[in-house]
Write a new protein. Structure first.
Length: 281
């Protein structure tokens, strides 16, 4: 009976999820917020047709109809829109998110679970899971990620962390304001503890955050006349780059424009090494 009621409501365009999501356009940005219920994709297509300069979709939805989400995804791919989640994006919303060219989030939840439909039996559930699996795999998500997503019940939504989302390819871009805010937080935290011994000769003296650049300044308790500066620079840079790029989010920050600068002064407070790392090899 629940399945019949749900099917009847869909067939008569009286979706139990409510009215289509709210859609608004401002300059090059289109915002979609609310349930992805029947009619959402149609409204979205009309808004895109009326606003050919739109480049960015800001998305906030706890889910809805998979078929509607697939149509949204096709429209997003066709216009090569960048997608930013500005609220929770869960369930069917993830299908739309994965269609974005650049995919980012504003520190909100992105949730996955197996599909559901009122009154669906084991056979119907298996069919729906297989269809959603195909959608996720076609979007490039790895099998291990999809397996975990489709074993989570709707009552126990799985919210992957940043590392999991970037490694799986759900997200592929870090917003500039996220970089700025994270760098400010890092500088504040590390300056509270400075100076900190890095090794027998080197101390971290201060950390500075300036837009997309994080600068760490060190002092070496030796004179630069005591060693080959060129060789020291090459050796230090290689060691720092290896350590830096082993951190979970650093490569993704760099891919999105973040820069990491390292400045070294000798025991006379004379700067002798200065380099910036912008990519992980």
């Amino acid at each position: 009976m629940p399945g019949l009621i749900e099917s009847a409501s869909i067939a008569t365009n009286n979706d139990t999820l409510g009215d289509p999501a709210h859609i608004a356009v401002e300059q090059e940005t289109i915002t979609l917020s609310g349930p992805i219920s029947l009619g959402t994709a149609g409204k979205f297509e009309e808004a895109l047709a009326s606003n050919p300069k739109v480049k960015i979709l800001k998305l906030s939805s706890t889910g809805g109809r998979i078929v509607e989400a697939q149509i949204l995804a096709d429209l997003i791919r066709r216009r090569e829109l960048d997608v930013e989640t500005v609220g929770e994006c869960s369930s069917a919303c993830t299908v739309a998110l994965l269609a974005g060219s650049k995919r980012s989030r504003s520190r909100k939840w992105i949730g996955f679970h197996q599909p559901s439909f009122p009154g669906a039996g084991p056979r119907e559930m298996a069919q729906m899971k297989n269809e959603l699996r195909k959608i996720y795999l076609q979007a490039g998500l790895p099998n291990s990620f999809v397996d975990k997503a489709l074993t989570s019940s709707p009552q126990a939504m799985w919210y992957p962390n940043d590392k999991e989302l970037f490694e799986a390819g759900v997200l592929n871009h870090v917003l500039p304001r996220r970089i700025i805010n994270d760098f400010r937080a890092t500088a504040y935290r590390e300056n509270q503890e400075a100076p900190v011994a890095v090794d027998e000769l080197t101390q971290l003296i201060s950390v500075e955050a300036s837009n997309d650049t994080l600068t760490r300044r060190y002092r070496v308790s030796a004179s630069r006349r005591n060693f080959n500066v060129a060789k020291a620079r090459t050796s230090i840079r290689a060691s720092v780059a290896k350590s830096l790029c082993s951190e979970a989010m650093v490569p993704h920050f760099m891919d999105s424009g973040a820069k990491y600068r390292f400045v070294y002064r000798d025991n006379a407070n004379v700067e002798f090494i200065d380099f910036t790392i912008t990519q992980c090899e």
